[in-house]
Write a protein that binds this ligand. Structure first.
Ligand SMILES: Nc1ncnc2c1ncn2[C@@H]1O[C@H](COP(=O)(O)OP(=O)(O)OP(=O)(O)O)[C@@H](O)[C@H]1O
Ligand SMILES: [Mg+2]
Length: 244
């Protein structure tokens, strides 16, 4: 039997962020982290929660003059939280090249501002009551010269929502990521796995059993589904409860 099901529970530890919230991570880039984060944000906004969103760095973001494109992560997240603060507070560092952040920064002759990766999240402490943090790429994607996504997630200590695309390989990708989350440094609590139907039904072969397989292999973690083109989770999910 998979040892993930038998890992010891981690002790709660102090975290620098005095806010409840969730860290939305993915098994990879383009798997639906922003889609899921926006669904959660809209659910919270509908309940009157003052929600903030934060993504430490975005790449492939090219502003037109002073305006960020509407389909960029900063703007999508900012819209979903009801336009709280500014897109620049949501994503304080962005770069044009669609590459890993240190490479995208280097292409512009810049370095990632490493202290800002954490400071940008802490700014939200006085400006919201619940913070959604979107990761960058996958769990071990580099954020800077020294830090990867897992380092920031461990620092923040928020429960993690893992987004997995509903395609062949989803079970292995999920278990690899959960293993890494449990064992990297002091580990991260996992709030849920979201099996995300990025493609329309029928577009992906052999995915029919993914949901049942994940539920069987991850008995300790809620496994949720986001349907293709869905604006919300159905049935509803208590995101406030998961983010405590
Ligand atoms: N459930 C879904 N239904 C339809 N389209 C989806 C769904 N989830 C994601 N997509 C689409 O897939 C693409 C990638 O999704 P998204 O931008 O949320 O991924 P991401 O993991 O945040 O990517 P990045 O690593 O660039 O931040 C987008 O065009 C998005 O609209
Ligand atoms: Mg995104």
């Amino acid at each position: 039997m998979l040892y993930w099901t038998g890992l010891p529970a981690r002790q709660p530890r102090p975290r620098p962020l005095a806010l409840p919230g969730l860290f939305v991570a993915g098994t990879d880039t383009e798997v639906g982290k922003t889609q899921v984060t926006c669904c959660i944000a809209r659910w919270l906004v509908r309940r009157g929660v003052e929600v903030g969103a934060y993504k430490p760095v975005a790449t492939g973001t090219v502003p037109a003059g002073d305006t960020l494109p509407p389909q960029s992560d900063p703007v999508r997240l900012w819209e979903a939280i009801g336009r709280r603060a500014t897109p620049q507070r949501v994503v304080p560092q962005w770069f044009a090249l669609p590459a890993a952040p240190p490479l995208a920064a280097a292409a512009e002759g810049r370095l990632i501002d490493e202290p800002l990766l954490l400071q940008g999240a802490l700014w939200w402490e006085r400006h919201c009551r619940f913070l959604l943090v979107e990761g960058v790429g996958g769990w071990f994607s580099p954020l800077s010269q020294q830090m990867c996504v897992a380092d920031l997630a461990v620092l923040l200590g928020l429960p993690v929502v893992l987004v997995v695309p509903d395609r062949l390989g989803a079970v292995s990708q999920t278990l690899c990521a959960l293993h890494a989350m449990a064992t990297y440094g002091p580990g991260c609590p996992v709030a849920a796995v979201v099996l995300n139907q990025v493609q329309p039904p029928g577009a992906e072969a052999d995915v029919a059993g993914n949901y049942e397989q994940l539920r069987a292999w991850c008995p300790r973690v809620p496994v949720l589904r986001l349907a293709h083109a869905a604006e919300a989770f159905s049935p509803e999910v208590d995101w406030l409860g998961l983010g405590q």
